[in-house]
Each structure stands twice: as C-alpha cells, then as structure tokens.
Design a protein around this ligand. Structure first.
Ligand code: ATP
Ligand code: MG
Ligand code: ZN
Length: 477
C-alpha cells in the first residue's frame, strides 16, 4: 500500500475528530440538528486549520444515506464518495484558478438544477478572496436569492479581501489555531494509533514549531518519524527542527538576566558558526521571554530564570528583540541584526536623562595613570549648550536638550532620536568646539509618548501596580 501521510490518513471524518474549532463545530452541528443551516458560510482562517475538512463533513451530514444528521455514518456510498472527493453533488472550486465571471456564471446555471444523487448540492469555493470583482457580483446575485437545497461555503485565508456585500449575506466563522496542548494531544493520538514510540518533549517541540497549524504539525510529525528512524525522540527532533538545545537557550536567558551582553553576542556567533538557523533560535528566545512575562504576571507557570524584578528588562528586551526579528526577515545578515539587538540592551541602564546630567554636571575624569597637573574640574554642560545655541542656533541647543549623553574614556556620545540626528550632525564642528573631548552622534529610535489608550485597561493597571512598572510602549491597534 502506498504510504499515506499523517495529515491525509488522520483527516477527521466526523465533527468529533476535529481538533479545536469548538465554536464552529458546535454551531454547525446544532444548526444541522435543528434544521437551521444557513445557505452560505464563510470559513476564514490560516492554512491547515480544517476549513476544507469541516466543509466536507457538512456535506456528509446533509447527504448521508442515513438521513440528515450531525453524525454521518461514514460508510454509505455517499459518505465514502464525499471523503474521496468524487461525490457528484459536492463542487470544490478553486477560486485561485477559476476567478473569472464565466466560472461563476457556470456555477449559477448549475445552481438551478436538482441534486444528482444526494439531498443537497454543496459548493466549496476555496481561496474565495481571489475572485474578481465581476465574479463576486455574479455570486452576489446567487447568494441573494438562493434556490433551495444549495449550500455555499466560501473558504479563505484573507477575510478582509471578501467584499462586505458578500459578507453580509453569509454567516462567517473564524477558524483559530488550536492550543499547543490540543496539538500535542492530536500528535499523541496519531502516534499511539500507529504504535510509534515517542518522548513527550519531542511532541512539545513539534507543537511549538507548528505555530498552531494542524496540517503543519502532522507533516512535521511525518518528518520526525522518518528522521528518528521509526521513533520520535527529543534530541533527534531538536536536530530536525534546527532548534537550539535547551541548555544553550537557558544559558542565553541567564546571560540576559545578568545583562552579560558579551556572552549573549558570543552565543549568537557560535550558533551561527555551527550552522543553526538563527531565526529559529530567535523565535525560541522570543517565545520564552513572552511566556516568562505572562507567567510572572499571572503568578503561575514557568518563568526561569526571571523573577519579578526582571519585568522591566523582559518588556524592554522583548520589544527590541521583536523588532530585530521583523527586521531580520528582510536581510541576509541575521547574525548582525540579532547581535546589534543585544547591544541595544545596554541603553536600558546607561541612558541617563539629560535633565539629571544638567543637574549634576559631568565630572571630567583624568586619564588613569597619567599624572596631570591640571586640576580636576567639572565640565559645565549647561553652559556649553548655551554657547552652542548662541553660535549654531536655538534648534541645535533645543535638540541637545532633548538628547541623552554618555561620557566614555575618550569621547562623548550624544544619543539622539534618529529623526533629529541630522540636525546635530550638520553642526558637529560647532558642537565639538564646546566639548572637552570628541563628540559622536548615535541615533536611536526613541519612543515618543505615544497615543495613550483611551480607557485605562484594568489588567494592565494591575500589572503595573504589582511590579511597580511603567509602560514603555503601546502597540498600535
Ligand atoms: N482542526 C483540525 N483537526 C484535525 N485535523 C486537521 C484540522 N485542521 C487540519 N487538519 C489536518 O490538516 C489537513 C488539512 O486540513 P484542511 O484541508 O481542512 O485545512 P484548510 O483549513 O482547508 O487549509 P487551506 O487553507 O490550506 O486549504 C487535513 O487533512 C487534516 O489532517
Ligand atoms: Mg482548504
Ligand atoms: Zn453515510
């Protein structure tokens, strides 16, 4: 017998076997039982969550020889044909390759005929968002006055591309990814039926890597069984997925906690050298940071090695690392981007607001070891800015006041919002004249006070209070 992959072999034949999608399954099976099925549905959601699968189950429910039921027999000729995809009253239309008005007109003509073999004709329009405007208009007419005994199911991964006119005539179901533990259970069920030995942790890794896609989880399991030579073990699965071993990941997080940036940079270097996919590693790191943050907040679950006092660090690092992740998608040199992201963490503690410096003044350190007759004196930054302003203009002194400043051994670094950097760079010679050491301009993205959320979010307030935290950024909706 030809080898059948797990996704195919274990495609649910009944509502009961569907993983997740509880609201969809419940509503549909009730509708069938109560004879209240709508004539048109939209199934929206990402790939491999069961849209086509559920559409076929409904077709069986309506056409099983046993009668209309939410538990089709799966054995009669109709059920079997539907499963095979050869049932004459089930039309699976790929809108990606039949997107034109003629295709929909043909469908419209068909709608007026009685079913050939079953009770209902079911049209499953896959990738429905690909239809042309004219095709949608033609479809609209059919949806407006549907002849009886026809059911339309529009499946799409991009709901926002379905016109409102169509949407308002359909009942929409959003398919959501099942939880990690649901996917784990699903994988376990397959392996136990197949009598394939496995380690729990390996399933955890696969569930994690599948990002909620059931089809993806099943095909990763296929691969893992082959890679592991007939069993699914943690170590082999790690290798197969390109996942960084737990020990290295844990060390990396401990270095983060200790703000040992050097070791973090070195780890990235090493993983790159050893051929690991750094994107996968970065995803693992982000996942851990996120989980730690959530678990610390709700007060349960794994958050090693972080403690409550690390909350600010976690928020800050997650924010920076996430941006790096997005950035790295468009570049080849991921290593550089991730290392830079790590280095950016130093700003967290080193950044001293200029206001404070203005209050205290920056002492000019004497070079160590070098004897100097010059008396240690204070560099008066405020005065310097005043002079710079007189010479270069108010915009320059204003910008300096908005910047932060760091003194290093043989230079000053002015850290400025990247939108303002050019203003300073243009007048660098004037600025430098008034500083006791060379000046370097460093650009960063300074978060402006963003639009605050309209209402206070109670949960957020509670978290802030609990950790005595502050909000660093808001995600735009
Ligand atoms: N919710 C689920 N429960 C169990 N198995 C599932 C589920 N979703 C998907 N699968 C598995 O993945 C395979 C593909 O599922 P299906 O074709 O229904 O996905 P889809 O949502 O239509 O995806 P696409 O958008 O790519 O068409 C099925 O054969 C099945 O084995
Ligand atoms: Mg599909
Ligand atoms: Zn049947």
């Amino acid at each position: 017998m030809a080898y059948e992959n797990f996704a195919r072999k274990y495609r649910p034949k009944t509502f009961k076997e569907v993983v997740g999608q509880e609201p969809v399954v419940k509503t549909l099976s009730n509708a069938i039982k109560l004879d209240r099925l709508s004539h048109a549905y939209i199934f929206a959601g990402s790939r491999g969550l069961g849209k086509t699968t559920i559409a076929r189950i409904i077709t069986k429910c309506l056409n099983c020889e046993k009668g209309i039921t939410d538990q089709p027999c799966g054995k009669c000729e109709n059920c079997l044909e539907i499963e095979k995809g050869s049932f004459p009253d089930m039309y699976e239309i790929d809108a990606a390759s039949n997107r034109g008005i003629d295709d929909i007109r043909a469908l419209r003509d068909n709608v007026s005929y009685a079913p050939i073999k079953g009770r209902y004709k079911v049209y499953i329009i896959d990738e429905a968002h690909m239809l042309t405007r004219e095709a949608f208009n033609a479809l609209l007419k059919t949806l407006e006055e549907p002849p009886p005994n026809n059911l339309f199911i529009l499946a799409t991964t991009e709901l926002h591309k379905i016109p409102d006119t169509i949407r308002s005539r359909c009942q929409t179901f959003i398919f959501r990814p099942p939880t990690k533990s649901q996917i784990k259970e699903y994988l376990k069920r397959i392996l136990e039926t197949e009598k394939i030995p496995y380690e729990e942790e390996a399933l955890e890794l696969i569930a994690e890597a599948s990002n909620g896609g059931v089809r993806d989880a099943a095909s990763l399991l296929d691969q893992a069984v082959i890679y592991g030579g007939g069993q699914v073990k943690k170590k082999e699965t790690e290798q197969m997925l390109g996942v960084v071993p737990e020990g290295i990941l844990k060390d990396f997080l401990s270095h983060l906690k200790e703000k040992n940036l050097k070791e973090m940079v070195k780890t990235i270097e090493r993983l790159d050298r050893e051929g690991y996919d750094l994107t996968v590693f970065w995803e693992q790191v982000l996942e851990r940071l996120h989980d730690s943050l959530v678990n610390l907040t709700v007060g349960e679950g794994e958050h090693e090695p972080f403690e409550k006092e690390d909350t600010e660090l976690l928020i800050y690092a997650t924010d920076i690392f996430k941006k790096a992740f997005i950035e790295a998608k468009d570049f080849n040199d991921r290593k550089d981007i991730f290392q830079l992201a790590v280095l950016k963490l130093r700003f967290m503690k080193d950044l001293v607001p200029l206001k404070e410096i203005l209050k205290k003044g920056i002492p000019v350190k004497t070079e160590s070891g070098e004897k100097t007759t010059q008396k240690e004196e204070k560099f008066d930054l405020q005065k310097a800015i005043l002079k710079i302003g007189k010479e270069a203009g108010g915009i320059i002194s204003g910008t300096l006041k908005k910047s932060s400043i760091r003194e290093e051994e043989n230079r000053f670094v002015i850290i400025v919002d990247k939108n303002l950097a050019d203003i300073l760079k243009d007048k660098l010679d004037i600025i430098e004249k008034h500083f006791p050491k060379p000046v370097q301009i460093e650009e960063i993205e300074i978060k402006q006070e963003r639009k605050k959320p309209k209402k206070k979010d109670e949960a957020v307030e509670k978290v802030l209070e609990l950790f005595q935290g502050k909000i660093i950024s808001y995600e735009e909706e």
